[in-house]
Design a protein around this ligand. Sequence first.
Ligand code: XAI
Ligand code: FES
Ligand code: MG
Length: 563
Amino acid sequence: MSDNRRSQVITSGVARSPNRAMLRAVGFGDNDFNKPIVGLANGYSTITPCNMGINALALRAEAQIKASGAMPQMFGTITISDGISMGTEGMKYSLVSREVIADSIETACNGQSMDGVLAIGGCDKNMPGAMLAIARMNIPAIFVYGGTIKPGHYNGQDLTVVSAFEAVGQHSAGKMGDEELMAIERNACPGAGSCGGMYTANTMSSAFEAMGMSLIYSSTMAAEDQEKADSTAKSAEVLVDAIRKQILPRQILTRKAFENAIAVIMAVGGSTNAVLHLLAISNAAGVELSLDDFETIRAKVPVLCDLKPSGKYVATDLHKAGGIPQVMKMLLVNGVLHGDALTITGQTIAEVLANVPDAPSPDQPVIHAWDNPIYKQGHLAILRGNLATEGGVAKITGIKKANITGPARVFESEEECLKAILDKQIKPGDVVVVRYEGPKGGPGMREMLAPTSAIIGAGLGDSVGLITDGRFSGGTYGLVVGHVAPEAFVGGTIALVQEGDSITIDAGQRLLELHVSDQELEKRRASWQPPQPRYTKGVLAKYAKLVSSSCFGAVTDLDLFEG
Ligand SMILES: CC(C)(O)[C@@H](O)C(=O)O
Ligand code: FES
Ligand SMILES: [Mg+2]
């Protein structure tokens, strides 16, 4: 079978003469029509440091695809930078952009019968967006991460953009002056690359490396380093080879691959968004995966890496300490990683990791030894209770105790909540509720980074809980529970909470409970009115109409033609 098995429908036979005429105009010669056509989904954008270095990588990939005997066809994919839109109405487009990116890559590749795709992305949604498309299309594919930013420096501290979010909280709490705030702002983001801690972008790049869909070591390389460009070229070569061998994404994206990704996310202390994105990708790949699988794996996997947001180091430090392969090898030798899962190179995970030492070097502080973890179990816990019958996701890091019972302080939006924190209306012991920020209600589950950073900045991280039907940034930590489902907009119990009601968050018991009698809740439910949708036209309205519960990944194509 030829390597251009898909693209021959646009390149061969008399009837395709007009198609070939078009392709000749973009550089095809007589000998090129039997070569595979490789889509190059280029996430380049100048709006954000996360994606501004990607065009150079895309050009490198383009040259290598050609050199490897295939025909690269570049197209752009959009990006929404959470760091730019955070805290504004625009942030509602963030999760929505994941679907737009997936839809656009699927549309470009399937609409033009491409034989494979190399996707390059930098910011949070580029990665899951690309992987959704890859899983849906099931054509040979590889993901190339644009790379992490290097840390900024100020006063002997390493900075990331989240330092600036936390500085706002400290500034409002009167603990930081204007000058220091400005110095942090000026130094937080020193160049190109995705937000530098173990935030969402670095979490998802690590997950994809663990799943075998990116080359090893590639997910923690700095965007600006030469090795990033070299690894991009290598990725292009590996992809063309995978097209020849017809290694398909669904052979790689198996249940074992998802379990491996979850294990790595726990070990590195990754973002809550990974829960949402892996559920979404499993839906696209046709793999059974549920919230409970995260709990099962969490029980077996310790947090090994001391990384921001709650830890000390950034992704480039993890890279120097041995990167994701070192973490994976530790998980493998301790029996919590599937070594027989396939990678895009055609080798198994165990084969790819063969030369990685079983234990990390004792001369580095980032990756702890297996028997000296940061936390004995994973940090992403799935909570349930009358407030979250479809589950909620807690991130338990950086706090002294993982439970709180206190009075509800109810806010109908992120803005209202942030204002109350900055106005010092939130007191130790309070449980903040931010609702109508869910997949349908927001729509789009905004990330509550400004309120959670303001809580940390005000020194309330250990004494105030926060629950929301929205999401969190990878930069968030504290006593926080997101993805609370069912969401307020569809009449979930979170909609029925009243100011002053008692709420328990207990990560140890995995409980999220509203202490109001069933009878009283029934009464409240009977008088609850669904609110008007915030958007009735355009992409936010389309998303709100189609989107599933967060417990299925907040996807737009869950059961479109069922029942
Ligand atoms: C702005 C950030 C840090 O990128 C955030 O959006 C995240 O999810 O990690
Ligand atoms: S805003 Fe792009 S990775 Fe953080
Ligand atoms: Mg984000």
